[in-house]
Design a protein around this ligand. Structure first.
Ligand code: PFF
Length: 455
């Protein structure tokens, strides 16, 4: 996706399927395979998943619909979009500015996880991680993240790679390839699920995933589940507004959104089913944290014929998915800097990558040189994750709800979401309007205040 100048005609998606695939591409990313399983494991399993599901339905879904609708109406980057939609007066464009900050924070740690995935392609090829022994796979991961030079070099490789794609103007080509390859990752996940379900302690893994133990829930866990719902659907920070600006006028926004959400949840479930039976069978630690998928997935591949080859394929496909999500994240600052400050897209990309190289390196060094460096008791990696998912995205979500519900208003929302009355979804939009006006912002606020122990 690219746009040449603020006033020039913007490129858009050319087909309905293209819209769905690109939006899903941003949502899926690494989150399904990496973040949802590790957070579920760290927060007690099914109870956390249930809250995440509720947060997705009651909070993330309405925000996503509003955000995409606003983007399509304004056809601009998030800051300009809000200036176009809002009457003069209150600085609603701050939603876009917060979004840009959130994008940088997320990319700072996300690029490091993408770096691990790229590094794992090499490890998968040399076969050193193909083992079901937690000591072996754990040591391989530990060796990677505790080496400052390796961590930094892999992250810079990722930044140069992503920058190269944008600067060479081949992002569209990459999106096309991603679309073709993602079904393959899906099939591979199904294979992993089948293998994992045949393991000795599969039932224990499934119980952990699907039988809630509510004693593990606390206000801060609920906040994390809500933050995950925002992060997963790439909302609250302008990414979906930017995507919405490329949506075609006849695209059915509510239907597309529901499909993206359903597919995203389904893929997360598959990843959970692939991982947790193996965790219990081979004695991994469910609460291992961000390392979980990297240390357990090799154990599943070690159980199957051609596991070596399939594991290489798995990490290559995961790297492709991660690249798509990184591109969509980078699009937020690039579009803003390009359109707001009149710089070329090339310059906007270079400036964004430079900022990212600096901020991101603090996350790359979190497990080595900067291991002891903490703010508010958190390493930079955890802090950036916390600030974006648990503060900035929910805050962006509240502002989007308030803007759509109280400033933009029912009539304009209805016009936008019913494609000027050509879709017969008035009742549905009516319910959505009530959610956006009252329920969703109130829920976000209460979860944030309680989760941060502010009242
Ligand atoms: N939704 C992506 C994932 O789950 O990996 C992460 C992400 C991408 C968040 C793009 C925000 C964003 F703008």
């Amino acid at each position: 996706m690219s746009d040449s100048a603020p006033t020039a005609k913007r490129d858009g998606f050319t087909s309905s399927f293209g819209v769905l695939a690109a939006t899903l591409g941003s949502a899926v990313g690494l989150g399904n395979i990496w973040k949802v399983p590790y957070m579920t494991g760290a927060n007690g399993g099914a109870g956390f998943l249930l809250v995440y599901l509720l947060a997705t339905l009651l909070i993330a879904l309405p925000v996503m619909m509003a955000e995409i609708a606003m983007g399509r109406e304004a056809k601009a980057n998030p800051i300009t979009a809000l200036q176009r939609l809002a009457p003069r007066g209150l600085p609603w464009w701050l939603i876009g500015a917060f979004g840009m900050l959130a994008a940088f924070l997320i990319m700072s740690f996300y690029s490091e996880v993408v770096a691990w995935v790229f590094a794992y392609i090499v490890k998968a090829i040399d076969g050193s991680i193909l083992s079901s022994d937690p000591a072996v796979t754990g040591a391989a991961f530990g060796q990677l993240i505790s080496d400052p030079l390796q961590s930094l070099l892999w992250q810079w490789f990722v930044l140069v790679f992503i920058g190269g794609i944008l600067l060479l103007g081949v992002a569209k080509g990459i999106e096309a390839v991603t679309k073709k390859l993602m079904p393959l990752l899906f099939v591979l996940l199904l294979v992993l699920c089948a293998v994992s379900l045949s393991l000795d302690k599969a039932a224990e893994g499934l119980r952990f995933l699907f039988q809630p133990d509510f004693s593990k829930l606390s206000a801060s866990v609920v906040l994390m589940a809500m933050g995950l719902a925002f992060f997963k659907l790439s909302i609250g920070m302008g990414t979906m507004m930017t995507y919405g600006s490329y949506f075609r006028d006849e695209q059915n926004i509510p239907a597309t959104t529901v499909r993206v959400m359903t597919a995203d949840l389904f893929i997360s479930m598959l990843a959970g089913i692939a991982i947790f039976p193996a965790v219990f069978t081979f004695g991994f630690e469910p609460a291992a944290g961000p390392s979980l998928v990297f240390i357990t997935i090799p154990a599943v591949f070690a159980q199957i014929p051609m596991g070596h080859l399939l594991m290489v394929l798995f990490f290559v496909l995961t790297a492709v998915a991660a690249t798509g999500a990184m591109l969509s994240l980078l699009e937020v600052p690039v579009a803003i800097i390009h359109e707001r400050f009149g710089l070329t897209r090339r310059k906007a990309t270079l400036i964004s990558l430079l900022i990212l190289a600096l901020a991101g390196s603090t996350c790359a060094l979190t497990n080595s040189t900067l291991a002891e460096f903490k703010l508010f008791g958190m390493t930079m990696f955890d802090l950036f994750d916390f600030l974006s998912s648990n503060l900035l995205l929910p805050l962006g979500g509240i502002l989007i709800c308030l803007f759509a519900g109280w400033v933009w208003g029912e009539e304009r929302l209805l016009q936008a979401l019913s494609n000027r009355g050509t879709l017969a979804n008035q009742r549905l939009v009516g319910i959505l309007f009530l959610l956006l006006r009252f329920v969703t912002p109130a829920l976000i606020l209460v979860v944030m205040l309680k989760g941060l122990a502010l009242f």
